[in-house]
Write a protein that binds this ligand. Structure first.
Ligand code: DX5
Ligand code: ZN
Length: 218
């Protein structure tokens, strides 16, 4: 069963609570929260305060994607604010094992994220420690970008590695996911699909989620 994680980056922030309730009622499985610092990526978004504010709005897991430098400094804050899953970028963590351990010490799920140009070999010695691997299919920083299809072979490589090591971890895809690109991700082994603009740019969010789910499962 494929999980759909709407990214609130494309939501209307003046009514964020309603937006989240709408995608929850529309069948979303996670709420994906994009945290950007203006250094690791060229955009600034939200911090732990917003995570804390949306925590009581939904019973769905909060899937927090940290696109920040020095994530170790903020892991505790995001966990205490209510994150259920915290993911850090390989490219932002010189001591990746330590960052993953810090997340797990908070009693929440730990994920690791790879930019489009970062190889699967970069996580071969940490993959046993994580609950999910997120592969970026855009260069992080903005919603509404075009899906980079050259990441598909990387999804297959990751899926083979997960099977070879007999792990049960989620393979999540983020960037340019819509009803046209979803199936190729799932066929390559993904089971969690993040979608921002494809869901929040449509007035009927339930329909938007259903369209991605249907496309992913045909
Ligand atoms: C990009 C973010 C994504 C983004 C996805 O840096 O990590 O989660 O919101 O947006 P779409 O689905 O519009 O590409
Ligand atoms: Zn994201």
């Amino acid at each position: 069963m494929v999980k759909i994680a709407p990214s609130i980056l494309s939501a209307n922030f003046s009514k964020l609570g309603e937006e989240i309730k709408e995608v929850e009622a529309g069948g979303a499985d996670y709420i994906h929260v994009d945290v950007m610092d203006g250094h690791f990526v060229p955009n600034l978004t939200i911090g732990p305060l917003i995570v804390e504010a949306i925590r009581p709005i939904t019973s769905l897991p909060l899937d927090v994607h940290l696109m920040i430098e020095n994530p170790d400094l903020y892991i505790k804050d995001f966990a205490e604010a209510g994150a259920d899953i915290l993911s850090v970028h390989v490219e932002a963590c010189p001591h990746l094992h330590r960052s993953i351990q810090l997340i797990k010490e908070q009693g929440i799920k730990a994920g690791v994220v790879l930019n489009p140009a970062t190889p699967i070999s970069s996580i071969q010695h940490i993959i046993e420690e994580v609950d999910l691997v997120l592969l970026m299919t855009v260069n992080p920083g903005f919603g509404g970008q075009k899906f980079i299809s050259s990441v598909i072979p990387k999804m297959k490589e990751l899926h083979s590695l997960v099977k070879e090591k007999r792990l049960s971890i989620d393979i999540e895809i983020d960037g340019g996911v819509n009803s046209e690109t979803a199936l190729s991700c799932v066929e390559a082994g993904a089971n969690v699909l993040v979608a921002g603009s494809a869901i929040f740019n449509q007035s009927d969010r339930k329909l938007a989620i259903q369209q991605i789910r249907d496309a992913a499962q045909t």
